[in-house]
Design a protein around this ligand. Structure first.
Ligand code: ATP
Ligand code: ATP
Ligand code: MG
Ligand code: MG
Length: 288
């Protein structure tokens, strides 16, 4: 290796290692997407094409990074969860985050013409910020996921009512905002139903629940495993034989990566899918 008098600059690189034995969540978020959405005429309050484009990019990220056990997306954001037992390809937070952000952004731009065939991208091009947060317990991780899905629900109920007042009720933004000030969920449901005959429950699941991306195996009966407690009891990454690693890798690669719009707050979702918390690949579902 060539040494030079300039090499001391390397020492300015400070460690930013992420905490071991934790669930690492990398959340990315579109930069200035309020403006971006206007520029490309995203439908208000929800543009389905834009959401499906986000989901396509997230699937691609998961396919490239098998250590991601689950991802959750809403609006212009996506959270990617690295399993706590995985041997991360990168322990530096900045490198981990930048890998996710650049891979996601590259696929977002790549898939853009598929979802917006009539509106080509032009500068300023879409970009995303990102951060990594380490969660020590399954409960912390579950609460994080619940926080994002509750946020999705609150925002979507608000936005659906806000835009109904404007698009169907003829209000301007100021009037709509005033109408909604201080209202509870029940009030918004009532406004939607009595004024516009909209039953919020019948709104598309993708808007109400957001999108959850994961590798799909055959679901199990709830109560037949204790993946959460087992994950919490681990203190170091699981040491597996090379053959076992290889078998896991192959099964993981075979599993379809699905995008669903399910409740991830209740236990049921996690109970039926032990592999999300155990990181042990399940049975490959039979071809339908
Ligand atoms: P920042 O750079 O701080 O994230 P931002 O403008 O991106 O600013 P966010 O809080 O991230 O602000 O909000 C994202 C905005 O993008 C929403 O307000 C919404 O208007 C718009 N948006 C994102 N996805 C969609 C979509 N699928 N349909 C309609 N609008 C969308
Ligand atoms: P920053 O880049 O400064 O961190 P941010 O827009 O990413 O800003 P966060 O504080 O990281 O905001 O919060 C992430 C998301 O959580 C926001 O996009 C918003 O949807 C939601 N959020 C944050 N605070 C609140 C709040 N008080 N009420 C409702 N939702 C909130
Ligand atoms: Mg944004
Ligand atoms: Mg956002």
């Amino acid at each position: 290796m060539a040494n030079s008098k300039f090499e001391y600059v390397k020492q300015f690189e400070q460690p930013d290692n992420i905490l071991p034995n934790t669930w690492v969540v990398v959340r990315i978020d579109g930069r200035g997407f309020t403006k971006f959405a206007n520029k490309y005429g995203f439908e208000k309050p929800n543009d389905k094409r834009a959401l499906e484009l986000m989901n396509a990019a997230a699937r691609a990220v998961m396919a490239e990074l098998p250590d991601i056990t689950i991802a959750y997306g809403v609006s212009d954001e996506y959270s990617f969860v690295f399993h706590k037992t995985c041997v991360l390809f990168e322990r530096r937070s900045s490198k981990l985050v930048s890998t996710i952000v650049s891979t996601f952004t590259a696929y977002y731009v790549h898939y853009w013409p598929t979802y917006f065939p009539d509106t080509p991208l032009s500068p300023p091009l879409p970009s995303f910020d990102g951060r990594a947060v380490c969660y020590p317990s399954v409960q912390n991780l579950r609460d994080y996921m619940s926080w994002r899905q509750v946020d999705c629900h609150i925002n979507n109920l608000y936005n659906t009512t806000f835009w109904a007042l404007i698009q169907l009720g003829g209000m301007d933004a100021t009037e709509a905002e005033k109408t909604l000030k201080g209202t509870y969920a029940a009030d918004k449901n009532e406004i939607l139903f009595s004024r516009f005959s909209i039953n919020y429950n019948n709104e598309p699941e993708i808007y109400k629940k957001g999108s959850v991306v994961f590798r799909d195996y055959e679901p199990v009966e709830p109560g037949t495993h204790n993946a959460a407690a087992e994950a919490d009891s681990l203190a170091v990454p699981v040491q597996q034989s090379k053959t076992q690693n290889e078998t896991d890798r192959k099964r993981r690669a075979k599993a379809p990566i699905v995008v669903e719009h399910l409740d991830i707050i209740k236990d049921d979702f996690w109970d039926r899918r032990p592999w999300l918390l155990s990181n042990k690949p399940g049975k490959i579902p039979k071809e339908v």
